[in-house]
Design a protein around this ligand. Structure first.
Ligand code: SF4
Ligand code: SF4
Length: 404
C-alpha cells in the first residue's frame, strides 16, 4: 500500500507555520505583467475564451465528475500499488519525514467548514486587504479573489458548497529543484510545498474565522488522500492569477506553472479581482515546447471547446502512467515562462519578431528520465505497453487491476 496513515484530527490542534516546515529556497519570482507588456499579436481576451451560456448549460446539466474519486484516479492508484515506479519512493520518504502530519492537515482542511466562527463579528465592510496581507505573511506567494461560481463544483459535490466568495492561494516551487524534474527530489519538494501552502491556508482560514466568518476548503491540499469540491483552475483564472497554458494548468506571470494552487471559500466580505490578459492564450499557440516535450504524448497542439471553454485538454489516460515517474512535471520544467519569467519571454518575443526564449536549447528542453537516460530537444523516451505506453487503462488491464 502506498497511502499514508489516517488519523482523526483534534479540531484545535496547532500546526507548524509554513516557512518553518519547509524553508524557502529559490522561488525566483519574475515581475508582474500588464497588457502593455504584451506584444499586439499575442493579445486576446482576459482569462479564457469562453461561451458563458454553454458553460452554464454544461455546469447545470452535465457537471464534471470529481476526478479525485473517479474511476481513472482509482485505476491509477491500483496501478501504483501494483507497480509504484518512483512514486513509491516519494511516499516512503514522506512517511518517514512527516508521519501522520499530512493526514492530520488533510483532515483539518476538509472538515474546516464545521468549525464555528468567532461569536463577535468584526464590522469591517471589506476584508480583502487584511486577508491578502495575512496570506502573504503566512507563506503564500500569490492570492486572488473571485466569485465561488457553483457551476464548476464537481457532480458528486453539488449541494455541498456553502459560501459565495473564492480565495485562491499559490506558493511557488523552488526553481532549481523544478529544473531537475522529473526526480524524486522534485516530487518530495512538491509535497513539501503543498504542505506549506495548506498550512498557510489554514492560518488564513483561522484569521477569517476570528473575524466572525466561516471558511470551506474548495480545492485539494495537494497532499496524498486529499479531497476537493471543485477544480481550482477556473477560479485561479477568474481571480486574475494567470491564464491557461498548453500544459493544462494556469501560467502565472511571476512563476509560470511552477506553483501549487489551493482554494478556500468564505462568507466574509471581499472584493473580487478580474481575469487578465497577459498574452498566454496566444503565446502557447506559438511556443508548443511542452506539447513537443511531453514524454507521455498527453498534450495536444490544438485547443478544443470543452463545456464552453476554448482550451488545451490534457489526455489524462496518457499522462497518468508517466506520473509514476515521480509525478513527471516535464511540462512545467520545460516551460520558458516558469524558467525565465513571462516578462523576459514577452520582451524576447518582441525584440526578435516572434522567437520563443530558450526554445530548442537543451538547457530549457532537456530532461533526464531516470534510468532511461537524457532526452534533449527533439528526443522523447519510449514506454512499452507494460510501462503505460498505450495509456493507463491498457496498462491496468495488462496488470490485471483494471476497474472496468
Ligand atoms: S506531467 Fe508529464 S506526461 Fe503528464 S502532461 Fe506533463 S509532461 Fe506530459
Ligand atoms: S511550454 Fe510554451 S506552450 Fe507550453 S505552457 Fe509553457 S508557454 Fe505554453
Amino acid at each position: 500500500m502506498h497511502t499514508l496513515p489516517n488519523t482523526n484530527v483534534r479540531k484545535f490542534e496547532t500546526f507548524p507555520r509554513a516557512d518553518d516546515m519547509t524553508p524557502r529556497r529559490d522561488p525566483r519570482r519574475a515581475p508582474k505583467v500588464t497588457i502593455d507588456d504584451v506584444p499586439e499579436d499575442l493579445r486576446s481576451v482576459p482569462g479564457v475564451v469562453r461561451d458563458r451560456a454553454q458553460e452554464t448549460f454544461f455546469g447545470r446539466h452535465y457537471p464534471e465528475p470529481n476526478f479525485k474519486i473517479g474511476k481513472l484516479n482509482q485505476t491509477y492508484h491500483k496501478v501504483i500499488e501494483a507497480t509504484p515506479g518512483k512514486v513509491g519512493e516519494t511516499y516512503r520518504i514522506l512517511g518517514d519525514k512527516y508521519g501522520d502530519l499530512l493526514a492530520r492537515v488533510n483532515a483539518r482542511a476538509f472538515s474546516y467548514h464545521e468549525l464555528p466562527a468567532a461569536e463577535t463579528i468584526d464590522p469591517s465592510p471589506d476584508f480583502t486587504k487584511a486577508i491578502r496581507e495575512k496570506a502573504l505573511s503566512s507563506g503564500a506567494d500569490l492570492i486572488g479573489f473571485t466569485r465561488f461560481d457553483r457551476k464548476y463544483v464537481a457532480l458528486e459535490q453539488k449541494g455541498d458548497a456553502l459560501f459565495k466568495h473564492a480565495i485562491v492561494l499559490c506558493r511557488a516551487f523552488d526553481w532549481e529543484t523544478t529544473d531537475r524534474a522529473p526526480s524524486v527530489d522534485w516530487d518530495v519538494h512538491s509535497y513539501d510545498t503543498s504542505l506549506a501552502l495548506a498550512l498557510a491556508a489554514l492560518e488564513v482560514a483561522d484569521f477569517i474565522r476570528s473575524k466572525g466568518y466561516r471558511v470551506q476548503f474548495i480545492a485539494g491540499t495537494g497532499l496524498p488522500g486529499e479531497k476537493m469540491l471543485a477544480p481550482i483552475l477556473p477560479y485561479a483564472v477568474d481571480a486574475g492569477l494567470g491564464q491557461m497554458g498548453a500544459n493544462g494548468t494556469v501560467l502565472t506571470a511571476e512563476f509560470g506553472s511552477r506553483v501549487r494552487i489551493m482554494g478556500l471559500s468564505t462568507d466574509a466580505p471581499v472584493t473580487h479581482d478580474k481575469p487578465v490578459d497577459i498574452g498566454v492564450n496566444t503565446l502557447c499557440e506559438k511556443c508548443q515546447v511542452c506539447v513537443q516535450r511531453c514524454p507521455g504524448r498527453a498534450l495536444s497542439k490544438i485547443k478544443v471547446n470543452w463545456h464552453g471553454v476554448t482550451k488545451y485538454k490534457v489526455v489524462a489516460d496518457r499522462c497518468l502512467p508517466v506520473l509514476r515517474f515521480a509525478e513527471c512535471n516535464v511540462c512545467t520544467k520545460v516551460c520558458p515562462v516558469q524558467h525565465y519569467g513571462l516578462k523576459a519571454v514577452l520582451d524576447h518575443y518582441r525584440k526578435t519578431g516572434g522567437e520563443i526564449l530558450g526554445k530548442g536549447s537543451d538547457q530549457l528542453e532537456g530532461y533526464d528520465m531516470f534510468e532511461k537516460g537524457h532526452y534533449g530537444p527533439g528526443e522523447l523516451p519510449r514506454f512499452d505497453a507494460q510501462e503505460g505506453g498505450k495509456g493507463l487503462k491498457h496498462m491496468a488491464s495488462l496488470l490485471g487491476v483494471g476497474t472496468d
